[in-house]
Design a protein around this ligand. Structure first.
Ligand SMILES: Nc1ccn([C@@H]2O[C@H](COP(=O)(O)OP(=O)(O)OP(=O)(O)O)[C@@H](O)[C@H]2O)c(=O)n1
Ligand SMILES: C[C@](O)(CO)[C@H](O)COP(=O)(O)O
Length: 230
């Protein structure tokens, strides 16, 4: 299996959780959300190293330089998630070539399964990249601003996008820079690549690849992690 670096955007404020600490530093079973995600990534055999993007001057970062024997580099994140991803891509070591694939994985997703990361790398590397996701299995409603359902959206062909997402380093940098130049705030890497004409491969992954977003997600993440499925 190829060896691949992973950018970990961890510069968010966690406003949907609230509280004095950014959510990536809140505990799950005694360890921070960020530490859990870094360990989950660093213990995957194909991952060569991590670039963690942090809020400028982040006082909570413990100054890690390696996790599970894998090197850890840092970069200053930005206002939007995609700014932080760009900073992370720029912070990759020089041995990562422009055409090398890189992964991008949210610090807020500690439950990602190694088998899904392996399948993403193996399958999406046959194309110009891809992402983990899952087909939508619930009926999708479009609501008005009073939370009344206006209509039911078509479900066919709709997927939920997860991370990691995997693209070639320079192609992703160019696509993200183009989105920024166009004033488009892309919500994931695949959106930037789609705008560049790429059709990222969707690789179905476990739906327990939870993005910890609200306070309630911490208990669910702790339960998922307690099952020792890595
Ligand atoms: N400017 C930003 C915004 C988000 N992120 C990271 O992107 C991931 C997914 O973002 P999200 O879950 O939205 O985290 P926050 O932006 O912190 O949450 P909120 O929107 O509730 O403030 C997180 O690991 C977050 O730290 C980042 O690196 N830089
Ligand atoms: C990248 C992502 O996790 C894919 O679902 C999602 O778009 C992040 O969104 P957020 O609002 O920045 O959490």
């Amino acid at each position: 299996m190829q060896s691949i670096w992973c950018v970990v955007p961890a510069a968010g404020k966690g406003t949907r959780v609230g509280g004095p600490l950014p959510k990536q530093y809140l505990p799950i079973a005694g360890r921070s959300l960020l530490q859990l995600t870094l360990e989950r990534l660093a213990t995957h055999p194909a991952i060569a190293g991590l670039v963690v993007t942090l809020a400028a001057g982040d006082p909570h970062w413990p100054g890690l330089t390696e996790v599970a024997g894998k090197p850890v580099r840092t970069a200053d994140g930005g206002l939007e998630r995609y700014d932080s991803v760009l900073a992370g891509l720029d912070g990759l070591p020089p041995e990562v070539a422009a055409t090398d694939f890189v992964l991008v994985h949210d610090a807020a997703r500690p439950c990602v399964r190694h088998v899904d990361i392996s399948r993403l790398i193996e399958q999406a590397s046959r194309f110009e990249g891809g992402l983990l996701g899952a087909p939508l299995r619930d009926t999708l409603k479009r609501a008005d601003d009073q939370s009344h359902s206006l209509e039911t959206e078509p479900r066919d062909g709709r997927w939920r996008a997860f991370t990691p997402q995997m693209f070639r380093r320079q192609a992703l940098i160019q696509a993200l820079r183009q989105a920024r130049a166009d004033g488009v705030v892309v919500s994931d890497e695949a959106m930037a690549m789609e705008r560049a004409g790429v059709r990222p491969l969707l690789v179905e992954g476990a739906e327990d690849n939870l993005k910890v977003t609200t306070q309630a997600d911490f208990a669910l993440a702790e339960f998922i992690l307690s099952r020792a499925v890595q």
